[in-house]
Design a protein around this ligand. Sequence first.
Ligand code: NAP
Length: 281
Amino acid sequence: MNINGKEISLKRKDELKIKIEELKKAGKRIPKLVVILVGDNQASQTYVRNKEKACEYVGMLSEVIRLDASLTEETLMNVIKGLNKDENVDGILVQLPLPQHIHEEKILDLIDSRKDVDGFHPSNVAKLLLGQDGLVPCTPQGMMVLLDEINYDLTGKEVVVVGRSNIVGKPVALLCLHKNATVTIAHSRTSNLKEVCKRADVLIAAIGQAKFFNHEYIKEGAVVLDVGMDRDENNKLCGDVDFDDVKEIASYITPVPGGVGPMTIAMLMENTLQAYTQREG
Ligand code: NAP
């Protein structure tokens, strides 16, 4: 059965919309997200536009700071320092990737961890590891919501996460661990990947390779969450999972598009409200 991420994300955004309307009615300040976009990467521009649209939909304030790719690291750092101090800014997001001459780590570390709505700051990463409340990366958080929506209890289940990036693989593995799953993180050096995946009650595919996972990787009845945003041989958007080959074997599967993707932005909106709420006390 398909897990309809588009519908679920809309439901979450509608719930947020109501909360923001209540703030407005109570005469409170409205949460604000600031997105920094450096350079003119096409994909980044689309992502940023979608984030702006989502803010508009839920009724949050948003601002996009567009900066030239030739800017110095110091200039970018000064922009962030200003936003850290700005009392009216709740969330700061630096759209990645950054130009090569800018050190991504240095920039992400500079963002006030209370405004780090992407959940990439080391202090939020540490909190996630320790199981403490903090801002959690959006895509992994979105996958947990999808599992909740199908009433899936991870306790005692075998979860295999393929991909060990800091933004998807590692954080989603930790979230599953906190929900009492037995978690394996696989990657490009994993031996016997098919056998490892075939053990999974829940397979999380996050490698960035179009239609890589076919039926040989999937256990009968497994839940398959496909994070991939790839292009197939006809340049059509697809996932890391060969959907048509797997859909009859899996009990639940997320399509691409319309699965994990839409959840990411909905979780960004939720993180911005969380950051606002924590700062407002
Ligand atoms: P990434 O940083 O490129 O990491 C890819 C991971 O996959 C690495 O850990 C790599 O292993 C592993 N890998 C690559 N090829 C493999 C193979 N053949 N077998 C096993 N493991 C393999 O990717 P990412 O940023 O996590 O993104 C992964 C995918 O998710 C991409 O398609 C991206 O576009 C998509 N994505 C979607 C969303 C969304 O909102 N839907 C958000 C973020 C990312 P090594 O570590 O050994 O190199």
